[in-house]
Design a binder for this molecule. Structure first.
Ligand SMILES: *Cc1c(COP(=O)(O)O)cnc(C)c1O
Length: 466
């Protein structure tokens, strides 16, 4: 076959730009982008012909589809990729789905602050430069009982900053039962290495005693570190040292005690039917000198790493050069202040912070909501077999790994297509619906579906059967 004939069949870029469907693209994006995609499409075909001169079918198909392919390419740049999704998985802190959702009120307050200027680093009383931490330091101290507070990018950054500020070139003693790995790249020994501190491991995986720590204390010791084993449990023949005992030991030798408590629980969750998780307030009361936790796990706030504790240490941490590199932005600062305001009144926090509200949801209400949604969806009974089924929700986000909560799901078995295909189509809706597939059934746990999302689910599924 004459290869030049193929080349001649590729439409010229000028002609492509005159195509009506291509011209329509100019309403949604720039001429430069469309031109670039058109050029690239023709070049790609030329390269393909050059490499596969005998693949006539594919060459013809590429040439035939050139307009469609250019449109697809342009759309990749002119539509938004990051979008709202509906979480029907029943996992409250779903790391892949953005962990803790923020309340409308907190987001609205932040919107007002970030869309104009704010007093982020301006002291309105004195009219001179202020601190971005001032907006929430008092309220965090009030809620946690700590002397001082600061927040950085996330909890991994908080641990790195604390160790870099207090333990560089010195030793930090940690129990072997607490050498935690949190999701891939955060491992306590690696963070220690990054900070320039030296890890001194004591005890064994299942048992560490107070004298294991005490025996290793020397003039080289910068701190005693306790890490909450948030995402696993060591059960059976076990023993670990409590924060009270460790704090007393630190005091005896005048060595600061650091605790990475992970999830930042401020309310006693055992009151709401969950297993007791150590609270920040309890560790402060026990005498821990520096404590850090995530903002977007059980605290229910924005991504952040919150550091609280004795003023002398927090001051030192604030002055460390790394702090400037890890600092939070104005959006986070605004949301963080809102979230801690809710915690002044625990009852308010349980109601207004979405994560806590989901934990504390009344099971009868979940069932009623599932039944109402199922009833509406039954309109599509020719395509879908719909029921309400009991299911189990979980906390997720590496917190309370063994905990499950009774819940109700709308269970859908598609009649006219496979469950895998149904699941894929829901994932590709304008507002994607993410659920769980169990035994060829698509489950949507209503615990993690916000009330105003029920209509979006109904509308979304309806578009599949128009
Ligand atoms: C989750 C967790 C971290 C990491 O927190 P991020 O906010 O995700 O950076 C560190 N330590 C412990 C114990 C954790 O549970």
């Amino acid at each position: 076959m004459d290869i030049n004939k193929y080349y001649r069949n590729i439409p010229k870029v000028d002609l492509i730009m005159e195509n009506d469907r291509i011209k329509d693209l100019l309403d949604i994006t720039s001429r430069d982008l469309v031109l670039e995609c058109a050029r690239k499409a023709t070049e790609d075909i030329r390269a393909f012909i050059n490499d596969n001169p005998n693949n006539e079918n594919e060459i013809n198909s590429l040439i035939k589809n050139i307009i469609n392919n250019i449109i697809l390419e342009v759309h990749k740049f002119s539509t938004y990729n990051m979008k709202k999704v509906i979480n029907g998985t029943g996992t409250i802190l779903h790391t892949n789905l953005g962990r803790a959702p923020i309340s409308n009120e907190a987001a609205e307050r932040a919107r007002k602050i970030v869309t104009g200027y704010s007093n982020l680093e301006y002291d309105l009383e004195s009219g001179i430069r202020g601190s971005r931490y001032s907006h929430f330091e008092k309220i965090i101290s009030r809620v946690t009982g700590a002397e001082a507070a600061i927040a950085v990018n996330n909890n991994a950054a908080a641990v790195l900053l604390i160790l870099s500020s207090l333990a560089k070139d010195k030793e930090v003693i940690v129990s072997r039962g607490e050498l935690v790995e949190i999701g891939g790249s955060f491992r306590v020994p690696d963070v220690m290495k990054q900070s320039g501190g030296r890890l001194v491991e004591v005890g064994t995986t299942n048992k560490t005693h107070l004298n294991d720590y005490e025996e290793k204390i020397s003039s080289e010791t910068a701190a005693l570190l306790k890490v909450h084993t948030s995402n696993y449990k060591i059960v059976g023949f076990t023993e670990s040292v409590s924060v009270e005992e460790l704090s007393d030991l630190g005091k005896k030798y005048n060595i600061p005690v650091i605790e990475d408590i992970g999830s930042g629980v401020l309310a006693d969750l055992s009151k709401y039917g969950l297993t007791y998780e150590p609270t920040v307030q309890n560790s402060i009361k026990a005498g821990v000198d520096i404590l850090c936790f995530s903002g977007d796990k059980l605290l229910g706030g924005p991504q952040a790493g919150i550091i609280v504790g004795k003023k002398q240490y927090i001051d030192k941490i604030k002055k460390h050069p790394l702090n400037r590199a890890l600092r939070i932005d104005k959006f986070t600062a605004a949301v963080l202040e809102s979230v801690f305001h809710e915690y002044i009144d625990e009852e308010k926090a349980m109601k207004n912070i979405p994560v806590l509200n989901m934990i504390n949801m009344n099971i009868a209400d979940i069932k009623l909501r599932a039944e109402a949604l199922a009833e509406k969806l039954k309109e599509m009974h020719r395509y879908l077999d719909i029921n309400v089924e009991e299911c189990l929700s979980q906390i997720g986000g590496g917190a309370l790994p063994l905990e499950r909560m009774q819940s109700y799901a709308v269970a859908i078995r598609p009649v006219t297509m496979s469950c895998a295909s149904f699941e894929r189509q829901l994932r590709n809706l304008e507002i994607p619906i993410i659920g769980r597939v169990v035994n060829d059934t698509f489950l949507m746990d209503l615990r993690t579906v916000l009330v105003d999302e029920e209509k979006i689910i109904y509308d979304g599924i309806k578009t599949l059967f128009k």
